[in-house]
Design a binder for this molecule. Sequence first.
Ligand code: PMP
Length: 447
Amino acid sequence: MNKHSNIMQRTSNPQLPTIAKGEGVYLIDKQNNRYLDACGGAAVSCLGHSNQRVKQAIIDQINAVPYAHTSFFTNDSQELLAEHLIAHSEGDFSQVYFVSGGSEAVETSLKLARQYFLEKGKTDKKYFIARKQSYHGNTLGALAIGGNLWRRKPFDPLLAEGHHISACYEYREQRESETNFEYGQRIANELETMILDLGEENVAAFVAETVVGATAGALTPPEGYFKRIREICDQYDVLLILDEVMCGMGRTGTLHACEQEGVQGDLQTIAKGIAAGYQALGAVLISKKIVDAIDNGTGFFQHGHTYIGHPTGCAAGYATQLEIQKQNLLNNVKRQGSNLKKALKESFDADVLVSEHIGDIRGRGLFLGVELVADKASKQPFDPALKLHKHIKKKAMENLLMVYPMGGTLDGVNGDHILIAPPFIIDEENVAQIAERLNKSIREAIL
Ligand code: PMP
């Protein structure tokens, strides 16, 4: 049998190299090929692959006690990490709920939103509004609210109908006649229209990634967009759930991407970089008003997973956060992020063949996206059948570079794109290597 589904790929596809070890920003396979990790897998490995202090923290926790169910005990690691996250957020959060990953964090936040309104006697508030390209996880609830057609389609009909407003996609949505601010207000106002269409008494929450990651390649929000979204949510008693599973935990240069928008969610999901990939961990930051409503109401959140508050996961998460502070890594994210954007542009500009297919280079910090188009002037994407993004990934692996590719997913109108999200520890030399290898890989894929 030589055909492998992606289920097989995840276990034993012989076509994939077998990983042997990690060293700093490199992953090394059994043939001793050293891949420069320019995507952290999927924006996960923010400390690189061999941080001794995080490893030691995990070993110490395992030696003390690897696991204790949270219905019997709390543990120092989860308490310390929760305190740290609350202290370093500008939101009015009073509790943190630790789960095993991003999808669980999103599911948890949806149920918290529902229960919040149940406690307030607003039992009809059960719809969720999200955005067109959005991906919030692969479990059925998270999939049902997300707007990513490619991921939704095979499982239609989903558990709930999806309600989606514009994607927040400046490169393709902003009109020439409007300023960035005007554009942001226009598409934010779609939320108000949809709430009114559905009936404000029926809408529980709006869910959005602060900076869109995997599905469209680092889409940053237009100026003032989230402030207007916050206003609309407050006006209609709709909760704002910010999904920072991918863009959060330092990726964009601040610990939480929403800090740069001057806006806070009522619930905020985080995962991926929280424990830098050394352990599987996700979390929901829960605002005081939601905690109070549940505490003063039924007093019991109807939820739970076996691995909530996992001591080893939280030990890795706490050590990761201390490491980010100790090495002052957010400064490096900002510095190398702007170096990398510049290096990518220079390298593409110097290559006529490649540059005519670079539609957009965007993003913030070390969370960058490159969108490829067949025609720069019309922004016409490549034929999706070509699967250009997959060819680029293949060429990049041959050139010992890891990047995260995605095809056009927004109703077929956006182009192939590449997400770049390297570890926060990259240096100037790595930046130059990423730009050079990516340019070479795109050139080889296009030819
Ligand atoms: N939300 C966002 C924004 C994501 O990018 C992802 C994963 N790519 C998820 C949720 C789901 O996270 P996980 O894969 O850890 O379940």
